[in-house]
Write a protein of this length. Structure first.
Length: 367
């Protein structure tokens, strides 16, 4: 018999409190001690369609940290799918543990069985520490997987499409800030020269911009600098640069209490998820500082558009890039809406995403 202590009862209530706060629909805890699988699937909202979002494998410090991460990420996917006009809901999964030590066929296929048991309510794809090869193992046990390798009929690496969307969003922000979307002569700092960062640098270098790059890996930063004629700057130095545009393409929450006062740019536009440490506080501070922020979940949606269309059907490269190109106009619309309503650009984007979900809910209720 499982002994339920008082303290555990308190925690149970805290979890439901967390779910209620942002209206998460369902959370599934997946456990198989024999194969060493501990995973959490979070389904935030399925009004528009099945919840699509990648699986991340991470060595979380605690189970609560993992839960927190998966809840936050799933909610972000709801906004991203909605604002991108996709008939998809928001979800995400995390596998707890050190990918280098624990990830193997058995674990991934067992995780696939858990997804299959949800009968399509959640669809998975790649995320941090998961590769197309890992997706192939998951796909052996479930059809609810997307983002497989192109050789298997999948849409392949999403990074080039994501970078294209970020580039579109950045140009739209330039149009709003400077009255012209040309980036020629602008000074742009790209933080993170990984998959998306490198593709973005490729677009930017064609516009003759003055590029600055930083990466935790000196080797990667140097390779980017050599290829695109960029200047390598330090991990912290990037926040103090006198640049026109700061593009976070590494990790989240880099726009926070510590960095925001140091930034001298006119525009923030990058690929990283959850760039604002706090949506409300930092969204407002950016308005006060006169920095135009292109909302992350809007401009980094190219990857989701790619895997989403791949799952929903009718995927062609042309269609995906055409839909991703629309990020330019949506960004402009949102920047204008935020200005008109005197709210942060993040708030305006969230408002629009929620409105679409509510509109569709109304349509679905009608006869
Ligand atoms: P990646 O892992 O290929 O690249 C990230 C790079 O950032 C790495 O080279 C890493 O060394 C570097 N980095 C980490 N911490 C850093 C720091 N403090 N300063 C400087 N560099 C640092 O990841 P990616 O696929 O290029 O994705 C980049 C970001 O965009 C991530 O936040 C990801 O969640 C987000 N994103 C990616 C996609 C996609 O299609 N890949 C889609 C949407 C959002």
């Amino acid at each position: 018999m499982i002994e339920i202590k008082n303290s555990e009862n308190v925690k149970e209530f805290e979890i439901f409190g967390e779910l209620a706060k942002h209206h998460h629909e369902q959370v599934i805890f997946c456990n198989d001690t024999e194969v060493g699988l501990k995973a959490i699937i979070s389904i935030h909202n399925t009004m528009l369609g099945p919840a699509l979002g990648g699986t991340r494998m991470w060595n979380y410090a605690s189970d609560m940290e993992a839960l927190n991460d998966v809840l936050r990420l799933a909610r972000g996917m709801t906004f991203k799918a909605s604002i991108s006009g996709l008939n998809l809901g928001g979800g995400k999964a995390v596998i707890i543990g050190d990918a280098a030590k624990l990830k193997n066929e058995k674990l991934l296929r067992r995780f696939g069985r858990f997804i299959e048991n949800l009968h399509g309510k959640y669809i998975t794809a790649e995320d941090v520490n998961m590769s197309p090869d890992d997706m192939e193992y998951i796909a052996m046990e479930t059809k609810y997987v997307t983002g497989l390798d192109e050789s298997l009929g999948g849409s392949g690496d999403p990074s080039p499409v994501t970078a294209y969307g970020v580039y579109m969003g950045m140009k739209a922000a330039a149009k709003k800030a400077y009255g012209n979307d040309s980036l020629v002569g602008k000074k742009i700092a790209v933080q993170g020269t990984g998959h998306v960062g490198m593709h973005l640098l490729e677009y930017l270098s064609k516009e003759n911009v003055k590029l600055f790059v930083s990466d935790l890996s000196e080797e990667k930063a140097k390779a980017a600098a050599a290829r695109f004629g960029a200047v390598v700057v330090g991990e912290s130095e990037i926040y103090d640069l006198n640049v026109d545009i700061y593009s976070p393409c590494a990790l989240g929450a880099t726009v926070n209490d510590n960095t925001i006062e140091r930034l001298k740019c006119d525009i923030i536009a990058g690929a990283a998820n959850n760039q604002l440490g706090d949506d409300v506080v930092h969204g407002k501070r950016l308005i006060e500082k006169g920095i135009l922020y292109a909302p992350d979940f809007l401009i980094n949606a190219g990857g989701l558009i790619n895997v989403g269309i791949n799952y929903l059907g009718g995927w062609t490269k042309e269609r995906v890039y055409k839909k991703t190109e629309k990020i330019y106009q949506t960004t402009l619309d949102i920047l204008n809406l935020a200005e008109r309503e005197g709210v942060s650009t993040q708030e305006a984007a969230m408002k629009l995403a929620i409105k679409r979900i509510e509109d569709v809910a109304r349509v679905k209720r009608s006869m």
